[in-house]
Design a protein around this ligand. Structure first.
Ligand SMILES: Cc1ncc(COP(=O)(O)O)c(C=O)c1O
Length: 473
């Protein structure tokens, strides 16, 4: 049923895009659509609500549903051509600023952090209370980490085609720690690491803290990381590792096909370069199918898999994991030397939540909510921003990458938005170069409200003004 109404909503959305139903036009009645699609009336009603929450329809009392269309079919951003040479990383102070506590009063389009309404708070509270009652189990060091937790992860990973035993997994303080441990185990200061461009700022920070140089490999807006550019870089430079987010990369939201994942794994294995896979958004695919990780195509242990529950259960649990493959000994030593073990209580709480089947039930609804929120935001940005704006079309996750007209500085938008009480992530945070000066990343995981809508309009005005255009044009 859930899948059916989504399919009807998707078809109606394409008809709207193709101009079959125009802006301001009333959609055919519920009965007509139910006959047309061969589905029940309640399915049509759910499809309507879905399109309403994506911002494509407007319900008018007693009159039905009317089409609201983005003013044009906004293009997706272009593929950047970052400088093909390794550069030292100096991740901008802005990243810390973006997440800092005193910024909480700002409209939260900056950090990629879900609003609490998107998270299973009640369930995780109950599971945490249960965990706190487990006495010594929660108070002891979890060396190397809790077996019950790793056992459940092993089951989930095996169902994704990554056949592992509990002893192949190490719990970490989030995905970021997993990436840093992997980098520390594989490199020495000054080494070169290939990363996606644009890249999640946390990956740049991880490289910086380990003292590495980055070679940026462009990300295509629909195909993902350019394997051709990666191949050239591998031939040209002594690359020691490659960090990729194959499922719903941050900020582009793009997903590699299985075929491209396989090619990525083969390319790096043949070159003898380990792949550090960050799969933190893998569970948040909009089409409902959980995509396979690149690790599922790894037969030699060359892929180090990193993930966490920060985007699905709660970022504050700080609970992630790493599957180090053949680098297990080095990475477990890095973990032990840096902070001994991961806190036991979150591991037990999440185990309880997973065991009771709550996580999968929650995920079914969460994927839909993230998708609706992101599509709605995309439509609103397309309406409010000037011609010449390009917006990513994510396949999962909850961020949008917005390319502004070239003359508009994302950093200036950031400054003016901040003064207007709105937080955004300026493009310069996503590279070691100044390639993305005219870009922004927007976090969409917020419940829709007048405040959000007004903030997008305000951002649109700022961008228009810097562009020398006016909103009515
Ligand atoms: C791609 C990506 N990797 C890692 C992280 C950090 O994850 P964690 O909070 O689990 O350390 C984030 C958070 O925004 C992210 O977007």
């Amino acid at each position: 049923m859930g899948i059916l109404y989504n399919r009807v909503a998707d078809q109606l959305q394409s008809l709207i895009h193709e101009g079959v139903y125009r802006e301001g036009e009333r959609l055919p009645g519920v009965r007509v659509l139910s006959r047309q699609f061969g589905v029940s009336i309640s399915t049509v009603l759910q499809a309507h609500q879905t399109l309403e929450s994506r911002g494509y329809l407007e319900a008018r009392e007693r009159s039905g549903y009317f089409v609201r269309l983005p003013p044009r079919d906004t293009p997706v951003p272009s593929m950047a051509r970052p400088k093909a040479q390794p550069l030292p990383v100096s991740a901008r102070d802005m990243a810390l600023d973006l997440c800092s506590v005193e910024r909480k009063s700002l409209v939260p389009f900056g950090a990629a952090v879900p609003h609490p309404d998107f998270l299973p708070l009640r369930q995780i509270q109950q599971a945490s209370i249960w965990a706190a009652r487990q006495g010594l189990e929660t108070l002891d060091y979890a060396f190397p980490s809790k077996l019950v937790f790793r056992r459940l992860l092993a089951q989930r990973m095996t169902s994704l085609g990554v056949v592992v035993a509990p002893d192949d997994i190490i719990a970490t303080n989030g995905a970021q720690e997993a990436i840093i441990l992997a980098l520390r185990a594989l490199t020495r200061p000054g080494d070169i690491v290939a990363i996606e461009s644009p890249s999640f700022p946390g990956i740049l920070q991880s490289l910086e803290i380990v003292g590495l140089r980055a070679i940026e490999i462009p990300v295509h807006p629909t195909d993902g990381i350019s394997l051709e550019a990666l191949q050239v870089a591998l031939e040209q430079w002594p690359i020691k590792a490659c960090v990729v987010v194959p499922n719903h990369s941050n900020p582009m939201g793009v997903r590699l096909t299985d075929h491209r994942k396989q090619r990525l794994v083969n390319l790096l294995t043949d070159a003898g370069v380990p792949l550090i896979e960050d799969d933190i958004y893998g569970d948040l695919a909009y089409d409902g199918e959980r995509p396979r990780p690149a690790k599922a195509f790894d037969t030699s242990g060359n892929v180090i898999y990193c993930s966490s529950f920060s985007k699905t259960i709660s970022p504050g649990l700080r609970l992630g994991w790493v599957i180090p493959g053949r680098h297990f000994a080095d990475i477990s030593q890095q973990k032990y030397f840096s902070n001994l073990a991961t806190a036991s209580l979150p591991q037990l709480a999440v185990t309880r939540f997973l065991e009771q089947g709550g996580y999968d039930r929650y995920l079914r609804g969460a994927r839909q909510r993230y998708r609706d929120a992101t599509e709605r935001m995309r439509a609103a940005v397309a309406r409010a921003f000037p011609e010449g704006t390009a917006i990513s079309r994510p396949m999962g996750g909850f961020v949008l990458w917005v390319e502004l007209p070239r003359r508009v500085s994302g950093t200036e938008v950031f400054a003016q938005a901040r003064a207007a009480g709105i937080n955004v992530a300026p493009g310069k945070m996503f590279s070691t170069t100044d390639k993305y000066q005219h870009c922004l990343r927007l976090n969409c995981a917020n419940p829709w409200s007048d405040r959000i809508e007004t903030a997008i309009q305000r951002l649109g005005e700022i961008v228009h003004q810097l562009n020398g255009s006016s909103p009515g044009q």
